[in-house]
Design a protein around this ligand. Structure first.
Ligand SMILES: *Cc1c(COP(=O)(O)O)cnc(C)c1O
Length: 372
C-alpha cells in the first residue's frame, strides 16, 4: 500500500464562506474590538451549553488564568491538576504564584482519578482543575462530591469537551465554572479564543472586570486585571462556528464508532475506553494505545504514508521547565508516564471521509503486521 496523495491532517475544523462573510461584515462595520458581537456570542454560547453566564476572552489559557485570579489563588496556595494535560492547565497556576500539585490519571480513561484528588488535598488546597481529556468528560459526580465535602472550588478545564454530555447534561452547565478554548483544532474555533461559563453572578461580574484591565467603569480600576478581551472578528467567527457544533460532533462520533469497530480487529491496538456516564463524547482527538516499544516506529510509518499523528500532550512533570523548578523526573508520576508512552492520536475531523479513514485503518493493520 502506497502513500496517500496529500498529507492527512490529524485535526481540521471547517471554516467556510459564512465565516468569511461574517468577518468581512465586522471589518466593514468599523468596530473591531469587544462590542455587540462579543455580547451576542456570549449569550448564544451560554444558551447552547445551558450556562447561566458566559464571559468571552482571547484564548483558553486566559480563561483559566482569569478564573484563578478571580478566585484569589496566590503564593502558598496549592491547585490540584492532572499531570496528563496541556501545559496551560499548569502554567496558569504558576502565573498566580501558586503550586500545581500533579495527580496521576486513570489508566483507562486518562482523566484525573477522584481517589488521587482526595489523597492530594491538604490545608493549602485552594482549587482543583480536572481536564476532560480528548473531549471525554471526567466523572463529574465523584469530583462534585469532593467540591462539596471540602468546599474547594473546581475549575473545569473543558477546553476539549465542548459538545459533550455527562449523564445527559451538557458540559458547560454541570460544574460552577467551565473554561473553553476556541483554538483551531477544537470543536468550535475563533482562530484564538476562549469562554468562561459561570453559575454565580458575583463571579461573572468580577470576571468581566478582570478581562478588561480590572476596570469597574472607564479608567477606574478596582482589581488587578488583564487585557483578555475577545475581538468582534473572533466573536463573528464564533457565532457561525456555533451553528456547526452539532454537525462537527456528530460527524466525529460517527467516525469514531467506525474506528472502534474496524480497529478492534487489529491485535496490539487498544481503543479508547468510554464509561457509561459519558452519554456523548466530544471526540477532540481519537487516541489509540499501543505497546510503548513500538509507538515511535508506528508514528514514523504512518508519517511515511502521509498520515499525520499527534502524540498526546506530554505530562507536565516531563517538561524541562517543571523538572527544573520542581525536581521532577519522567518517572515521578509513573502511571501517567506509562499511559502517555502508549498513546497516539490519529486523524479525526468532520470531512475526513470514509476513503481516507479506510486508508488509515488499512495502514494501521499493515504496519502492525509488519512490526509483529
Ligand atoms: C486547548 C487547551 C487549553 C487552552 O488553550 P488555548 O490555546 O490557550 O486556547 C487548555 N487546556 C487544554 C486541556 C487544552 O486542550
Amino acid at each position: 500500500m502506497k502513500r496517500w496523495k496529500e498529507k492527512i491532517p490529524v485535526a481540521n475544523t471547517l471554516v467556510g464562506e459564512e465565516e468569511a462573510r461574517a468577518v468581512y461584515e465586522v471589518v466593514k462595520s468599523g468596530w473591531l474590538s469587544m462590542g455587540k458581537k462579543v455580547t451576542e456570542f456570549e449569550e448564544q454560547f451560554a444558551h447552547q451549553v445551558g450556562a447561566r453566564y458566559a464571559v468571552a476572552v482571547n484564548n483558553g489559557t486566559a480563561a483559566l488564568h482569569a478564573v484563578l485570579a478571580a478566585l484569589g489563588i496566590s503564593a502558598g496556595d496549592e491547585v490540584i491538576i492532572p499531570s496528563l494535560t496541556f501545559i496551560a492547565t499548569a502554567n496558569v497556576v504558576l502565573y498566580q504564584g501558586a503550586t500545581p500539585v500533579l495527580a496521576e490519571c486513570n489508566p483507562s480513561t486518562y482523566t484525573i482519578e477522584a481517589s488521587e484528588v482526595r489523597r492530594l488535598i491538604t490545608d493549602k488546597t485552594r482549587a482543583i482543575i480536572p481536564v476532560d481529556m480528548n473531549g471525554m468528560p471526567c466523572d463529574y459526580d465523584e469530583l462534585l462530591t469532593i467540591e462539596d465535602e471540602y468546599r474547594i472550588p473546581i475549575v473545569w478545564d473543558s477546553a476539549e469537551s465542548l459538545g459533550a454530555l455527562y449523564k445527559k447534561k451538557k458540559v458547560g452547565s454541570i460544574g460552577k465554572i467551565h473554561c473553553f478554548s476556541f483554538f483551531p483544532n477544537k470543536n468550535v474555533t475563533t482562530g484564538e479564543g476562549g469562554m468562561i461559563c459561570l453559575e454565580s453572578e458575583g463571579l461573572y461580574r468580577l470576571l468581566c472586570q478582570i478581562r478588561n484591565q480590572g476596570q469597574e467603569r472607564r479608567y477606574h480600576h478596582v482589581h488587578l486585571g488583564y487585557n483578555y478581551r475577545m475581538t468582534e472578528l473572533q466573536a463573528a467567527l464564533g457565532l457561525c462556528q456555533l451553528t456547526r457544533l452539532e454537525e462537527n460532533v456528530q460527524a466525529k462520533a460517527a467516525m469514531a464508532a467506525y474506528y472502534n469497530r474496524e480497529l478492534a480487529r487489529i491485535p496490539g491496538i487498544s481503543l479508547p475506553t468510554v464509561p457509561a456516564f459519558v452519554t456523548r463524547h466530544a471526540w477532540y482527538m481519537y487516541t489509540i494505545s499501543v505497546d510503548e516499544s513500538i509507538r515511535d516506529e508506528m508514528v514514523k510509518k504512518l508519517e511515511e504514508k502521509n498520515i499525520e499523528t499527534r502524540l498526546s500532550f506530554p505530562p507536565i512533570h516531563t517538561q524541562p521547565y517543571y523538572q527544573r523548578t520542581f525536581q521532577y523526573t519522567n518517572y515521578s508520576l509513573p502511571a501517567t508516564y506509562a499511559v502517555w508512552s502508549r498513546l497516539i492520536n490519529i486523524p479525526l475531523w468532520n470531512g475526513l471521509g470514509k476513503e481516507r479513514q479506510d486508508f488509515i485503518i488499512n495502514s494501521l493493520a499493515s504496519i502492525m503486521k509488519d512490526i509483529n
